[in-house]
Design a protein around this ligand. Sequence first.
Ligand SMILES: Cc1cc2nc3c(=O)[nH]c(=O)nc-3n(C[C@H](O)[C@H](O)[C@H](O)COP(=O)(O)OP(=O)(O)OC[C@H]3O[C@@H](n4cnc5c(N)ncnc54)[C@H](O)[C@@H]3O)c2cc1C
Length: 462
Amino acid sequence: MLLKNKVDGLKNILKPENVLTAEEERYCYAEDSTNSKGKIKLPDAVVFVKTIEDVQRVLMYANKHKIPVISRGAGTNMVGACSCPKGGIVLNFSRMNKILEFNPQNMTMKVQPGVVLGDIKKLAETENLFYPPDPSNFKVSTIGGSIAQSSGGAISFKYGTTKDYILSLKVVLADGSLMQLGAGTIKDAVGYHLNQLIIGSEGTLAVVVEAELKLIPKPETSRVILSYFDNIDNAIEGVNEIIKRRIFPATIDFMDKNSVRTVESFYPCGLKTSCEAMLITEIDGFESSMEQQQTSVINALKSTGASEISVKIRDNEKESVWTARRASFAATAKLAPDVVSDDIIVPRSSLASMIRGCRSICEKFGLEVCLVGHVGDGNIHPQIAIDLDNDEEFKKYVQAKSEMYKLAVSLGGTISAEHGVGKEKISYLENTVDRDAVLYMKKIKKLFDPNNILNPDKIFKL
Ligand SMILES: Cc1cc2nc3c(=O)[nH]c(=O)nc-3n(C[C@H](O)[C@H](O)[C@H](O)COP(=O)(O)OP(=O)(O)OC[C@H]3O[C@@H](n4cnc5c(N)ncnc54)[C@H](O)[C@@H]3O)c2cc1C
């Protein structure tokens, strides 16, 4: 707990009305979207910053007094990346939420960290431009959090993740100094790409206070092709077959039998519950290319045994499919008091083994799992319905998780594709990443943040 005079120091820096210290207020910022077990540690204060100078002054102060600083966007990450294991100051960016510049000619946008992704997408579309990264909760999550987690989403298969759309960053370092990273040009071959180091660093190296984003032309149109399969291998073979036919869909997403049934029972939308697997393939591009792409995808899916295929052309039909897919987390949450969503990626050639493996591991431990995923990328999200207060069940969940991670690594994959490490996956890092690579990560952390004040005990413990 910070001494009262330290909190008063913060109030002097930012004015008292921008500093929350009441217990019930701090409680609201102690956790994020991660369902986890264990004692909750509250931050000592939550501060609302409005300007880059505010951030600099808070960090200068925190660094001087060695107080942890946890940046926070919408708090929707799923790895406890916004938790406060050592207390400290939560930097709340909800008032640094301005779009500073939109340049349709250069196809760029400059934004403050608290801007919600949905607002970026909406503004870009007014000029037929597109900001592709789309974590399923893009209507609430922020660009600052998205950069710090390098978030992806359904359309990463064709369009990549956040790291592919950051031209430059302004960051505040642990000592309060401001640094510009990247020139803001489409290409930049001058020295190390330090901005790429910040992306995905989960707020542990620097605080992002401004970002210049790359936009691309918005595809003229899209169609969603829904297909059902009687077994998982055929569905995954369908994914490979689409690619073999040189079609590059924006998305190839997957829901297994359990997730289709769970979504359908809580948010009925006409999905076929008798299937073993469902694929959602979204093609996009010029209207004139749609029939050809659609025919190739349908032929590919039929060739691997799709039992039923339908094409959604109207916006409301497409939206209804995506609403069903996005509802899978919320639907699984209705099966038990808690739901934990994981994030595993393997090479596509190992995908069917990974999916079958996740299922049999969960069955072995008696856990209810709904499997969804961005299968074009090889990315699976096992969503496990669980009662975290049930110690026995929790123990089984930890064992199952560990087995799933081991399997992913043994299949040539890794333990996170887009959610990050946060505090939840720290203990699995050393068995996943090259030992020397972890050593270098720690050296980099010490260089950027010698007093270990920036989101300490995330990714690894020093
Ligand atoms: C229902 C649901 C669906 C999801 N679907 C997806 C998905 O499809 N794909 C995907 O990739 N993710 C997904 N996520 C995870 C999450 O939404 C993303 O990681 C999101 O981008 C986090 O944004 P946020 O604003 O909530 O960040 P927060 O959770 O607030 O923060 C995340 C991290 O960023 C750091 N941070 C925040 N702002 C800054 C800043 N200005 N400077 C430095 N560090 C900062 C925090 O300290 C923390 O480490 C999903 C989450 C939910 C709840």
